[in-house]
Design a binder for this molecule. Structure first.
Ligand SMILES: [Zn+2]
Length: 553
């Protein structure tokens, strides 16, 4: 019972009123994938055997909803008369799921029976799950529903009290938070005033406490993180346990550009549909960092279930997906990543319909160099073991990872030092990333254009190589037998390096660094110990030879 909200003494309308007002229509919204969908809830009350039927493809929770509606109305003192009730959910082309249709069904019934004026429910939307005690409980995807309401012209949207702050983050919708059925009736009859509108959440959370400056040593890996963030490149780190791969990956989200307002709503929408928003944190202001365990199923990673729910790659949308122990994931699970990595979305098909989830994430993988984890001279694995271990990651997936580097243990000198005075902290790195992204926005003419997603034909037309740069790339192609795709990826990374330094034209320096971050440490492709120990020597980008085996320049 809401304080100040009177309990209504319903005498029930007269038979005449029931005969004249037998049909009513109420607008509502439900979630399909991450999109809100408009549904018109039509209720017809007729004389006849007392049967309650729901048609229009109700699924799961919607079908069960009629029991909750019955109980909640009886609890509020508005028991249904013994009549034949038909509820139609239009349009009837998609199976409707979720519990948010309880409230609109109840309101349509009340309007059909004359308990609330029909004019009061026009130009309003209703969403909410009913409890048996007539309370109104929160639903998933409130922000998606509010966005759909706005797309259909806005107006007033009645939502559960616990969802009000989240829905209010969408401008152009008048959100009314409600707690009980009695409160809704009072509002619709004009007997009580709506509670003050919830303030849209605007306070930004203060960082996640993970700073790039906290990491000692690992200068090459930090540089790779900066490049990955600047150009949207995927990254794979190979190194022994304890080298700090997880620490490094966790700092990537913090150096990506801050989320724009529309992006923030987009991230919130996916999390809300997955049930990961709360009254305390209704809107996500930070880029997500998702690190699922290697035992995850394909459905858990890319989305699944019925109705389909977003998987980890969609929860990482506009943020970072980190897969630690990459070689421990099932190969079939990893291969589901290939298509979304290129297209930025994933489709989940169910009988009769397909759901699309957004999945524009930045991929970071980490793995041990070999099954024993030590690599180099301490390794006790046979060549065949190492080859089998690495082959768990398919070639096509590796091909899609722009930056691949081997990292070693942090030396005592680095651990013991107070940190390099020129060391990069997250704030400084983010500033450089934002500047590099601005150059890419100008290049592509879109807000979300990044070098990593540059089409192949543009790579050739847009990358201007200097003479020395071209010579170096040519010798790399000869030495490593780089495929056309590998050359394109190298050029994209080189372009990001140039963007970071505010340079145009790709010279020897940019090409050399891009090659070093991809093929300079060929540990992942060629599974031999010789390469591993060569990799261990390539830790300082400034001094390491580019081609340790066959110097060509
Ligand atoms: Zn080993």
């Amino acid at each position: 019972m809401v304080p100040g909200c009177p309990r209504y003494a319903f005498q029930g309308p007269t038979v005449g009123a029931i005969l004249t007002r037998m049909l009513s229509v109420v607008t509502s919204f439900w979630v399909h994938g991450v999109e809100g969908q408009l549904v018109r809830v039509e209720v017809s009350v007729r004389t006849g055997l007392p049967i309650f039927t729901v048609v229009g493809l109700p699924a799961g929770a919607v079908r069960e909803g009629k029991e909750r509606v019955f109980a909640a109305l009886a609890q509020s003192g508005m028991a249904l008369p013994p009549r034949r009730v038909t509820v139609n959910l239009a349009p009837a082309d998609l199976p409707k799921s979720g519990s948010g249709l309880d409230l609109p069904v109840a309101v349509a019934l009340l309007a059909a029976l004359g308990h609330v004026p029909a004019a009061a429910v026009e130009r309003c939307g209703f969403v909410g799950e009913l409890g048996l005690d007539a309370s109104i409980r929160p639903v998933r995807g409130a922000i998606a529903l509010a966005m759909c309401c706005r797309a259909h012209g806005g107006g007033r949207l009645y939502v559960p009290w616990d969802n009000a702050a989240e829905a209010a983050a969408v401008p152009g919708v008048e959100v009314v938070g409600i707690r009980t059925v009695e409160e809704v009736v009072g509002l619709l009859r004009g007997e009580i005033d709506p509670a003050p509108p919830p303030t849209p959440p605007t306070v930004r959370a203060a960082g996640n406490g993970r700073d790039l400056g906290d990491i000692r040593g690992q200068e090459l890996a930090k540089r790779a993180l900066l490049i990955a963030a600047a150009g949207g490149h995927s990254l794979l780190m190979s190194g022994p346990p304890g080298a700090g791969k997880t620490m490094l990956a966790a700092r990537l989200a913090g150096i990506l550009p801050p989320l724009a307002e529309a992006e923030s709503l987009e991230v919130t929408r996916v999390h809300s549909v997955a049930g990961l928003t709360s009254r305390e944190e209704p809107v996500k202001f930070e880029r997500p960092f998702r690190a699922p365990h290697h035992t995850i199923s394909a459905g858990g990673l890319v989305g699944g279930g019925n109705p389909p729910r977003p998987g980890e790659i969609s929860l990482a949308h506009l943020g970072v997906l980190f897969l630690d122990e990459l070689a421990e994931f099932k190969r079939s699970v990893l291969d589901t990543l290939r298509q979304p990595m290129e297209s930025g979305r994933v489709s989940v098909s169910r009988v009769g319909h397909t759901v699309n989830f957004p999945a524009r994430f930045q991929f970071v993988g980490a793995m041990n160099p070999c099954p024993c984890g030590q690599g180099g001279d301490d390794c006790t694995c046979s060549d065949r073991d190492i080859a089998r271990y690495r082959s768990r990651i398919s070639g096509p997936l590796l091909d899609r990872i722009d930056l691949q580097l081997a990292i070693g243990q942090v030396g005592w000198g680095d651990l013991n030092s107070p940190g390099r005075p020129d060391g990069l902290d997250s704030a400084a790195a983010q500033k450089r990333v934002v500047r590099a992204r601005r150059r890419q926005r100008q290049r592509f003419g879109t807000d979300d254009g990044v070098n990593a997603l540059m089409p192949a034909r543009r790579v050739i037309s847009d990358c201007t190589l200097t003479e020395t740069g071209e010579k170096l790339l040519e010798s790399a192609v000869a030495t490593y037998g780089l495929s056309a795709r590998a050359v394109h990826r190298t050029l994209r990374v080189a372009l990001t390096i140039a963007d970071l330094e505010d340079r145009s034209g790709l010279g020897e320096q940019e090409i050399a660094e891009a090659l070093r971050l991809r093929v300079g440490v060929p540990t992942l492709r060629a599974a031999t110990r010789a390469h591993l120990s060569a990799g261990a020597a390539v830790h300082d980008p400034a001094t390491a030879p580019l081609f340790p085996a066959t110097p060509t320049h």
